[in-house]
Design a protein around this ligand. Structure first.
Ligand code: FAD
Length: 488
């Protein structure tokens, strides 16, 4: 095995989801040479970009489980991380609504779980309080969780990655690890004909963490994919919902029930469903599930109408429990007992987003038990995101337009996104130039027309900024090209 210094690292993280990027950021505090290998063309391309975006409080998880402990810790520290990294965060609170008396037993159980897990502030509220907090939601009472919050999982993951990159972590996209060997305490990770060497592997490959563990020599884990489908509603519906509203969970597959969640951008999400599927890459939406979603959502929020739907998406849970068992497993966060130096993060289903930073600290502690970690003196804990021009005061807008005239040009009319914001998204610190990367960073193409108006303008700006010809522009890298040639 020949390793050169260029592609040899102290530590390689496989997977650039919220968990991998949180680990990258946490470990970038120390004097370590770190790489992140990601098979897709950007961060958050797996489950981290496809979830409910809720910063859970921790009352759903089994007392004594890692999930419960890390969720509560994650919830308590989430706002600070979002402040440091300039990520949207809104402490909305959350209601678990009872629709008939049989739901009260479920609420009692959640309150009891929450108490055991150390969740603060949970209280039972009557129909009058529900009516005040959420005038459009029915119900005969609810559990109120004041510390539940919402965030942007994509911007959160981007921010963790950008901050890690600023602190020296190298990101390799479109780099799928498909072989791992080990000799003389050094792993060799192969991605096609490229090879990377490392003393440690952090396996944060989400749905494929069983595969990475197996490639490295520890077989025996199985991840069962469990799909959740969602609808996204037009921002016009934002008046109907102030906070996430969930039904009382019922025993079953291991989701939290179809719920309604406001997003930090002002849309509402309906979903997710919960359905075990065979393929880990089957992101399809199905008519029967979508019809059922809408029906259940309308029961929670009667003013909803089909015309409010602007699109759908799907996320896939990485479950360690199969369809026969159902329910939830627990996070596995440990160094493999079979392969020294392999740190497995497996079964990171919900609340994995909320728990990502505490998970990263557990990884740090596992490493620091193996060797001394030397803190860097020049670690930079903060990062600035792209200015959201539409939210600024008129005075501030005028000031910025004087400084940067591109703020005066609206490119995405639905979301009110300016050319300057698109330019900043194109010139992101991770070097991502896909249309999806621009879309999720600056929000063009996310409104009612879904890019019908602005897509070609963004392609022009990509050419102007990076010299990328339209025929080379992709939606998500690899084979997702949009144009084959000019018509004129
Ligand atoms: C429907 C749904 C709703 C959810 N809602 C919430 C919520 O509201 N709150 C919450 O806290 N949690 C929620 N979760 C859970 C949360 O989204 C996940 O726990 C979290 O995103 C997991 O992050 P991750 O980094 O482990 O995995 P991922 O985001 O899946 O990242 C793994 C990465 O590894 C990459 N990869 C895989 N194989 C390879 C390979 N061979 N080589 C290189 N790269 C590879 C993938 O491309 C992927 O980018 C939800 C999950 C689902 C499915």
């Amino acid at each position: 095995m020949t390793a050169n210094t260029e592609n040899t690292f102290d530590l390689i993280i496989v997977g650039a989801g919220a968990v991998g990027c949180a680990v990258a950021r946490e470990l970038s505090r120390f004097d370590l040479k770190i790489a992140v290998l990601e098979k897709e063309s950007d961060v958050a391309a797996g489950t981290s970009g496809r979830n409910s975006a809720v910063v859970h409080a921790g009352f759903n998880n089994k007392p004594g489980s890692l999930m419960a402990k890390l969720c509560v810790e994650g919830n308590e520290g989430f706002e600070k991380v979002c402040t440091e990294l300039d990520v949207p965060y809104r402490k909305t609170g959350k209601l678990i609504v009872a629709f008939d008396k049989s739901d009260f037993a479920g609420i009692d159980k959640l309150m009891e779980n929450g108490r055991k897990n150390g969740v603060k502030g949970l209280e039972f509220v009557g129909a009058d309080v529900v009516g005040k907090l959420e005038p459009h939601v029915g119900g005969i009472g609810a559990m109120l969780s004041p510390n539940t919050a919402i965030t942007s999982p994509f911007l959160y993951t981007v921010a963790l990655a950008e901050n890690a990159a600023r602190n020296g972590v190298r990101f390799y996209f479109e780099t799928e690890v498909n072989g791992i060997t080990k000799r003389d305490s050094l792993f060799r990770l192969s991605a096609g004909n490229r090879h990377f060497y490392s003393r440690y592997i952090i396996n944060s490959a989400g749905l494929y963490s069983d595969r990475i563990s197996s490639l490295a020599g520890e077989k025996g884990y199985t991840i069962y994919p469990c799909r959740g489908e969602y609808f996204i509603l037009d921002k016009r519906t934002s008046q109907y919902l102030n906070m996430p509203v969930y039904p009382v969970p019922r025993p079953g597959i291991g989701g939290l029930g179809v719920h309604l969640t406001p997003t930090v951008e002002g849309n509402i999400l309906i979903g997710p469903s919960a359905e075990y599927i065979k393929s880990k890459s089957d992101y399809g939406a199905t008519k029967s599930v979508m019809d059922q979603l809408f029906k259940e959502a309308k029961e929670l929020l009667p003013p909803l109408e089909m015309k409010h739907i602007i699109r759908s998406y799907t996320g896939i849970r990485s479950k360690l429990v199969g369809p026969k068992t159902g329910g939830f497993g627990d996070f596995i966060i440990e160094e493999s007992k079979v392969v020294s130096g392999l740190i497995n993060l497996i079964g990171i289903e919900s609340p994995g987003l909320t728990s990502s930073v505490p998970i990263s600290r557990m990884v740090r502690d596992i490493l620091s038990n193996k060797e001394e970690l030397k803190e860097k003196k020049d670690f930079i804990p903060t990062r600035k995101g792209i200015v959201q021009f539409r939210d600024l005061t008129l005075e501030k807008k005028e000031e910025l337009i004087k400084q940067y005239p591109e703020y005066g040009e609206i490119v995405c009319r639905c979301e009110g996104i300016t050319k300057k914001e698109i330019i900043e998204a194109i010139n992101n610190p991770l070097g991502v130039t896909t249309l999806a990367g621009i879309k999720y960073r600056a929000r063009p193409m996310m409104g009612r027309c879904q890019g019908g108006y602005c897509l070609t303008r963004i392609v022009d700006i990509l050419k102007e900024q990076k010299g990328i010809q339209p025929e080379q522009v992709t939606m998500r890298g690899n084979e997702s090209k949009l144009f084959t040639g000019s018509v004129k």
